[in-house]
Design a protein around this ligand. Structure first.
Ligand code: SF4
Ligand code: SF4
Length: 86
C-alpha cells in the first residue's frame, strides 16, 4: 500500500496529526503550500508513485529527497523502489 507520490511514509510523519493532514494520496493540496510539484507531476502522469516513472529518480524528486532541511537523505527514493519491486 503506497502512502505518497514521492515515497514519504505519511503515517510516520509528525506533521500528519499536528497539521490534520489526511496524507499525500488523499489530499488535493499539501498543508504547506498551494501545490507540491512532485505530487502534481506524478499525478499528471497518472502514476501511483514516482518509482513507476521513466525519469525516476528525477532532479526534482532528488531535490526534495536531499533537501538540507526538509529532506530525508534519499530515504523516500528507496521507499519508492520498495513499493515498485512487485
Ligand atoms: S512531498 Fe509532495 S509528493 Fe511527497 S508526500 Fe508531500 S505532498 Fe506528497
Ligand atoms: S520521478 Fe520526477 S518526473 Fe517522475 S513522476 Fe516523480 S517527480 Fe515527476
Amino acid at each position: 500500500m503506497i502512502e505518497s507520490r514521492c515515497g514519504l511514509i505519511c503515517s510516520e510523519c509528525d506533521y500528519k496529526e499536528k497539521m490534520n493532514c489526511a496524507g499525500c494520496i488523499k489530499i488535493s493540496k499539501p498543508f504547506w503550500g498551494e501545490e507540491c510539484p512532485v505530487k502534481s507531476c506524478c499525478e499528471n502522469k497518472e502514476l501511483a508513485n514516482c518509482g513507476e516513472c521513466e525519469e525516476f529518480p528525477c532532479e526534482l524528486l532528488k531535490s526534495f529527497a536531499y533537501d538540507e532541511t526538509q529532506g530525508d537523505d534519499g530515504k523516500r527514493i528507496e521507499q519508492c523502489k520498495k513499493w515498485n519491486l512487485n
